[in-house]
Design a protein. Structure first.
Length: 198
């Protein structure tokens, strides 16, 4: 009778731990299959991607630069005396068209200058937009640290710094636009077409 009680008590304490282990084993098996077919397919695709080795690089004729087929010019008598011909210095040949520089008053030069100035203005305006959004966010900012919240409530350091940056960026944009206007005046004074500024 006593042994049956001991066995019953042992079974009473051992059974829950065995049930827990079985449940844990089933849970680990079910983690690999969540029941969601999309998630299971994505997990399977990631595992397959990790398992496949990366392909090795195959070099083709397009990857390898061919050697220059033109022979080097024979040294002339002038180069043997120490003087070099224009465009040829120490075995390097000049590229065709590189000896003449671009005219600073040509249409392409003016268009490049105006495009560069407009790009600078656009970049500065985008920077201003980001700064203004960050400033608006700081106006609504909640600080979980009460000390920081009280400090910002009275000093407004973050907001003041952001407003200073906004003012500096606005001044920069105004200066860039003034430079663009000055460039248009320079174009007219140089006798260029007004359409080059567009």
């Amino acid at each position: 009778m006593r042994t049956t009680r001991i066995l019953a008590m042992t079974a009473l304490f051992v059974a829950p731990s065995l049930v827990g282990r079985v449940a844990l084993a089933q849970q680990s098996q079910s983690q690999s299959s969540t029941g969601d077919p999309v998630a299971d397919a994505a997990r399977k695709a990631r595992e397959e991607k990790k398992a496949t080795p990366k392909p090795k690089k195959v070099f083709t004729d397009d990857d390898v630069k061919p050697a220059d087929a033109t022979p080097a010019p024979a040294p002339s008598s002038a180069s043997s005396t120490g003087s070099t011909t224009p465009g040829v210095a120490l075995g390097k040949q000049a590229k065709p068209g590189s000896d003449k520089s671009e005219d600073p008053n040509s249409e392409t030069a003016w268009r490049k200058r105006f495009a560069e100035q407009r790009r600078k203005i656009s970049d500065a305006e985008q920077e201003l937009d980001v700064l203004q959004r960050e400033a608006a966010k700081l106006d609504l900012q909640y600080y979980p640290d009460p000390q920081k919240a009280m400090n910002e409530q009275f000093t407004r350091n973050d907001i003041n710094e952001k407003n200073d940056k906004i003012a500096a960026t606005k001044k920069k944009i105004a200066d860039l636009k003034q430079q663009l206007s000055d460039m248009e005046d320079q174009l007219r004074a140089a006798g260029g077409d007004a359409g080059w500024a567009r």
